[in-house]
Every structure is written in structure tokens, then in C-alpha cells.
Design a protein around this ligand. Structure first.
Ligand code: DAH
Length: 344
């Protein structure tokens, strides 16, 4: 009668030892070793069962039952521990070095061109300008004729235009929105118009076939050249800084008379002359002028009663001037190493 008692005792000892070891297993590798050791084909349980033949026949039943119970409990413990270790491992818990510094969360930012657009619109908002938008697919009428640009006139060649269909273009500037707004609104009008424009230009360091512009238009009964210059000067100082000077250079646009190119003094050399301003001391930022009476006529405004000023600038170019960016293509690449410099 000693043999079955010893076997049942041995089974209980194997079970309790095995359960404790399995619970304590701290990796899947250790757990697998324990499985082989206790439950494997030549493991401890199997070893006991192979001795069952020597037990008294009437004791075999008790031994068999004890062996089955031990096997089931060990298997259950193994399955449970395996699941726990696997989920910890996939969550990285078992491999985590808790003393390591945390990883910085990914930080998004506003693109430098979008920032320029937002800031310009905000400065003009303070001066009473609303922000409006217009279509990128535009008719020849709005893109050219309403702006006093006859199609057959060489002035139309100032903009190398993409045609979508007969009489329909991808707008080559934001100026057509001037005419659209005036057609649907009575003066006083004060609007800024950000948006994409398209030209048949090569994609090179200073040109892009699709680019952002911001148009401005102010029309009222008493607007004169002084108000025009003051508004632009105010904008330049707000946007670029109080120390920057503004220069108006005579120019030509069909939709303004007189017309002016606006320059801002170079922020790198303060107007002294350096590579950034190509030695001139000035950086060109916009085209502008007093709205041509022919444009008022085209939209049904009385040119005897109303006057106004308009301007147009390339937001990408402004961003380049502001940050000293040498190649416009950098603004299109979405390279986070480049763009992350501008997260403020
Ligand atoms: N539309 C012109 C261009 O794309 C820029 C421009 C010049 C706009 C003078 C204006 C302006 O409103 O008055 O080159």
C-alpha cells in the first residue's frame, strides 16, 4: 500500500511546484521550458504515469484521477500565463526600460505659407477688410477683359495662362475676384482674397506653376493715393517690423493707373545691399495701384464717383523673403525636416 500513496503524493508535489513555477515565469521562453518539464512527453507527469503499472490495480484509479487533475490544472495555468506574457510582450511592457526618457509626441505645425496668408488677412482685417474667395477655374472675361486686358493685347501675355476649355482658364492671378466682388457688392468694398493661381511656368527656384496669391481691393468715395500708400505702409510695418521701409516704384498693370511695385527694405542688410537683395537693398513684395476707371466701368461702378486701390502679392514669395528661403520648391516638398524649423 505504500506505492500508490507515494505516487499520489508525488503528483501533488509536482502539481503545486509546477503551478508556482508557471505563475512565476517571466518570459515565454521560461514558460516553454516549464511546459516541457512538467507536461512534456518525457516530463514529470509522464514519468509518474509510466510507473502506474507497478501500482496495485485497485489504486490505479486514484492515481489516474490525481494525474488527470494535476495535468488539467497545470495546462490551465500554462494557458493563462502564456496569454498574460504575450499581451505584455506585445504592449512592450516586458521589454520597457522604465528609466528611459519619454519620446516627444509628434508636433504638427502650420505651413509657413499658410502662416503668411493668415497673418496678412488678420492685419487687413484690422483695417476693415473681409476675407473672400473666388473660383480657380475662371472665365477669360474675369481673368482678363473685366480687368482691362484685351485678349489680343500683348498685356494678356504678362500671364502665361493654362486653358481648360474655350474661354475657360485656370486663373493666372487672384485679380479676377476683384471684378466678381464689385459686380455683386455696392461700395464701400474692402476685401482680401487669398487663393491658388496657375501659370505655365517651369518649376524652378523662383517659379511654381501653382502658387498662392493674396489680392486686396478697397473702393469707396474718398480713397486717394495717400490712403493707398498709408495702408500699404502700415501693412509692411505690421508684417515685417517697424524698422522696415517701403518703396513705391512706378510700374504698369492694365487694371491700375497709376501702378506701382512695392518694395520693402532688406531685413538682412537693412537696405545696405547684400546677396539676399542682390545688392539693391530692397525686396519686391507686391504689385499695386489705383483701380483703373475701365475696371469700374466693366463691373458697373460709376468711375466718376468711386476710387480705390488694389494690390496683389505672392504669399510663397513673402514667406521666402521673411525666412530667407532660397528655393520656392522647398515650400512644396512637405519635408518635415525643413518645415519643422517654422513651428513656433
Ligand atoms: N495680378 C497681378 C499679378 O498677378 C498682381 C497685381 C498687380 C494685383 C497690381 C493687383 C494690382 O491688384 O493692383 O501679377
Amino acid at each position: 500500500m505504500t506505492e500508490p500513496v507515494r505516487l499520489v503524493d508525488a503528483l501533488e508535489r509536482i502539481e503545486s511546484e509546477g503551478l508556482a513555477s508557471i505563475e512565476a515565469a517571466d518570459s515565454l521562453g521560461v514558460l516553454e521550458e516549464l511546459r516541457v518539464r512538467y507536461l512534456g512527453r518525457s516530463g514529470e507527469l509522464a514519468g509518474i504515469l509510466s510507473g502506474i503499472g507497478q501500482a496495485e490495480p485497485e489504486d490505479r484509479r486514484a492515481i489516474g484521477q490525481a494525474a488527470n487533475t494535476a495535468k488539467r490544472r497545470l495546462q490551465e495555468a500554462h494557458t493563462g500565463r502564456q496569454a498574460a506574457l504575450e499581451s505584455a510582450e506585445s504592449a512592450g511592457v516586458s521589454k520597457a526600460d522604465l528609466t528611459m526618457p519619454g519620446r516627444r509626441a509628434w508636433e504638427g505645425g502650420v505651413h509657413p505659407v499658410t502662416r503668411v496668408i493668415d497673418e496678412i488677412c488678420e492685419i487687413f482685417r484690422e483695417l476693415g477688410f473681409s476675407k473672400v474667395r473666388g473660383p480657380e477655374a475662371e472665365t477669360e472675361w474675369y481673368n482678363f477683359q473685366a480687368l482691362n486686358i484685351p485678349l489680343e493685347h500683348p498685356a494678356a501675355d504678362m500671364w502665361d495662362t493654362f486653358y481648360l476649355a474655350d474661354g475657360v482658364v485656370l486663373r493666372s492671378h487672384t485679380s479676377p475676384v476683384q471684378a466678381r466682388i464689385m459686380e455683386t457688392h455696392e461700395p464701400p468694398v474692402r476685401v482680401v482674397v487669398p487663393g491658388l493661381c496657375y501659370r505655365r511656368d517651369p518649376f524652378d527656384p523662383t517659379h511654381a506653376p501653382a502658387f498662392e496669391q493674396i489680392e486686396g481691393l478697397a473702393v469707396d468715395e474718398t480713397i486717394d493715393f495717400i490712403e493707398f500708400r498709408s495702408a500699404i505702409q502700415y501693412f509692411v510695418q505690421r508684417f515685417f517690423g517697424l524698422g522696415r521701409r517701403t518703396r513705391f516704384r512706378p510700374s504698369y498693370f492694365p487694371f491700375t493707373e497709376p501702378s506701382a511695385e512695392v518694395d520693402v527694405s532688406c531685413g538682412v542688410c537693412n537696405g545696405f545691399g547684400c546677396p539676399t537683395c542682390k545688392g539693391t537693398g530692397w525686396l519686391e513684395i507686391m504689385g499695386s495701384g489705383m483701380v483703373h476707371p475701365a475696371v469700374f466701368q466693366a463691373v458697373g461702378y460709376d468711375p466718376e464717383r468711386y476710387t480705390g486701390y488694389a494690390f496683389g502679392m505672392g504669399s510663397g514669395r513673402i514667406a521666402m523673403v521673411r525666412h530667407g528661403i532660397p528655393d520656392i520648391r522647398l515650400l512644396y516638398e512637405g519635408d518635415t525636416a525643413f518645415l519643422s524649423q517654422f513651428i513656433s
